[in-house]
Design a protein around this ligand. Structure first.
Ligand code: GRF
Length: 206
């Protein structure tokens, strides 16, 4: 008997190329996770088309329609519960979640960030990496904790920063690694080979 696949919800705000990479990974019946739902907080997010093409249910939860962050998070929680989501993958989700929501999902929510955390948290990552003169950058999949981009790393990939890089060329090199790394990291989580414990990502054997 094969183990049940982990039920995942992916949250996006835009282009959705990482969502696409996760959808492609989940298309393999042997992959240990399946995407039950894609939520976007922007009705015009380009990535929604990848979900629709794959026949994955989508929900639009636009924060501007809610009086508070908490009310927005309650609406998202309702969709997640209805879909039976067991894990959330943030994939370019450009909205800060309430502490209560993050705590509820602690250990069950992961994100991808386009730098080698803890370097370059936040936005304009590639501009700042180039301005700082670093020779190596990359991407990180990490558990989400209330403090932005500060949760423990599950997996990282490094790329060189070339002398003639622009933010766009560096972003493209990092993005290619993101598309490889996120499905790999999700696989580790879905197989139970990593978990959040005592504020760290602990790897099997536990
Ligand atoms: C990626 O670079 C990801 O690391 C960051 O936002 C970007 C989203 O890109 N969190 P996409 O929507 O997955 O194409």
């Amino acid at each position: 008997m094969t183990a049940p696949r982990l039920k995942v919800a992916v949250l996006i705000s835009g282009r959705g190329s990482n969502l696409k990479a996760l959808i492609e990974a989940c298309a393999d019946p042997g992959y240990p996770a399946q995407i039950m739902l894609v939520i976007s907080n922007a009705a015009d997010a380009g990535g929604l088309v990848f979900a629709k093409d794959a026949g994955i249910p989508t929900a639009i939860v636009e924060h501007k329609h809610f009086p508070s962050r908490d009310a927005f998070d309650v609406a998202m929680q309702t969709h997640l519960d209805q879909a039976g989501a067991e894990l959330i993958c943030l994939a370019g989700f450009m909205r800060i979640l309430s502490d209560g929501f993050v705590r509820h999902w602690e250990g069950r929510m992961i994100n991808i960030h386009p730098s080698l955390l803890p370097a370059f948290k936040g936005t304009c990552v590639h501009e700042r990496a180039i301005a700082a003169g670093v020779r190596i950058s990359g991407c990180t999949v990490h558990y989400v904790v209330p403090e932005l981009d500060s949760g423990p790393a599950i997996a990282q990939a490094a790329v060189p920063v070339n002398p003639d890089d622009t933010p766009d060329t560096l972003a493209a090199r990092v993005l290619k690694e993101e598309h490889r790394l996120y499905p790999e990291a999700l696989k580790l989580v879905a197989e139970g080979k990593v978990r959040l414990q005592d504020g760290r990502a602990q790897f099997a054997p536990f």
